[in-house]
Write a protein that binds this ligand. Structure first.
Ligand code: TYM
Length: 338
């Protein structure tokens, strides 16, 4: 089993990233026990596909590294690195650009959402973004890619690219690429904005009140939960009662994910309660789960030497692990390298 996944260092780690992805990365790392490999990376190359501030990107990359370690990723048990220190990601993207089709990329919902009506004005990097994401996982022969629901389509594209490349340039007996499986945790695959239950919780939402950041202190978290949008009805006692109540559903989903329980169980315990009662209970649970992470983060975030060392070590391991597949891809395409 080879597990590969990434996160863009475009801002603070938020609850959606944590419950939708990172917590699962930590579980996979913990359960692996030397049986296979886990590679987790900062997708800094992806972050330049939208207008960005270079100084902020550099700071965010280090900060996000500290946040991932604070969440429980252990650089001695997983390979933790940033893409920019492993040139094979960009090289592999170029090799795959010959296989990816414009039509496939045009259908990506993230491209459509981010480009909006102004497609002509977008960077080529934003359009080609999913090809780099395919390169990220195919480079290491990933078998499992733990992601939130929103990344599923990109992973399906990675499979399509791998399949076409294998068909066009390799024999059936010795394919160049393994087809990766998206792995979406059943609980908390999708955490929504606290201000609008129809939008996902996101780093790019202009309102800080829409998301819980892992760097928020206890009071800020409690305030954000208190101010979260809801409706006037009390909680139902069955999940069906949440239909048409996206904000209520979101808070129940968050509670269930934090408690490692299910929406059914949360409603069995809290059905009938109004939000005046449920929100403080949710805030208390949130603070108890996230405070230890925040404490570790604060300890590590300014230790530049340690963060640089973690990334350098991870990059060296990643470079070594990616070399055989990169070489095989160059060779399959007939590119002469001496
Ligand atoms: P990114 O940086 O937007 O998010 C990182 C991970 O967090 C998940 N996530 C969420 N899950 C639940 N609810 C939410 N509101 C929420 N917001 C984010 C994402 O699904 C993701 O798993 N393109 C990717 C980064 C990437 C990548 C890869 C991932 C680059 N290469 C290769 C996997 C494999 C992205 O922008 O994720």
């Amino acid at each position: 089993m080879i597990v590969v996944s990434g996160i863009q260092p475009t801002g603070n780690l938020h609850l959606g990233n944590y419950l939708g992805a990172i917590r699962n990365w930590v579980k996979m790392q913990d359960e692996m026990e030397g049986d296979g490999k886990c590679l987790f990376f900062l997708a800094d190359l992806h972050a330049i596909s939208l207008p960005h501030n270079p100084a902020e990107l550099a700071a965010n990359t280090l900060e996000m590294t500290a946040a991932l370690v604070a969440c429980g990723l252990d650089p001695s048990r997983c390979v933790l690195f940033n893409q920019a220190q492993v040139p094979a990601h960009a090289e592999m993207q170029w090799l795959l650009n010959g296989t990816a089709r414009m039509g496939w990329l045009n259908r990506m919902t993230q491209w459509k959402d981010k480009a909006g009506k102004n497609r002509e004005g977008q960077s080529v990097a934003l359009f080609g973004y999913p090809v780099l994401q395919a390169a990220d996982v195919l480079l290491y022969q990933a078998t499992h890619v733990p992601v939130g629901e929103d990344q599923k389509q990109h992973l399906e594209l990675a499979r399509d690219i791998a399949q076409k490349f294998n068909n066009d340039f390799a024999s059936e007996e010795s394919p160049v690429f393994t087809l990766p499986e998206p792995f979406i945790p059943p609980a908390a695959a999708r955490i929504m904005s606290l201000r609008d239950g129809s939008k996902k919780m996101s780093k790019s939402d202009p309102s800080d009140m829409s998301r819980i950041s892992l760097t928020d202190d206890a009071d800020t978290m409690a305030q954000k939960v208190k101010k979260a949008k809801t409706d006037p009805e009390p909680l139902p006692s069955e999940v069906e009662g949440l239909t048409g109540r996206p904000e209520a559903l979101n808070l129940v989903t968050i509670y269930a994910a934090l408690a490692e329980s299910s929406a059914e169980q949360v409603l069995a315990d809290h059905g009938g309660a109004g939000f005046g009662q449920f929100k403080p209970a949710l805030a208390e649970l949130m603070v108890s789960v996230l405070s230890p992470i925040r404490d570790r983060f604060v300890e590590l975030k300014d230790d530049r030497e340690q963060l640089d060392a973690i990334l350098a070590r991870g990059a060296a391991q990643a470079r070594e692990l990616g070399t055989p597949t990169l070489d095989a891809a160059y060779k399959a395409l007939g590119l002469v390298r001496g």
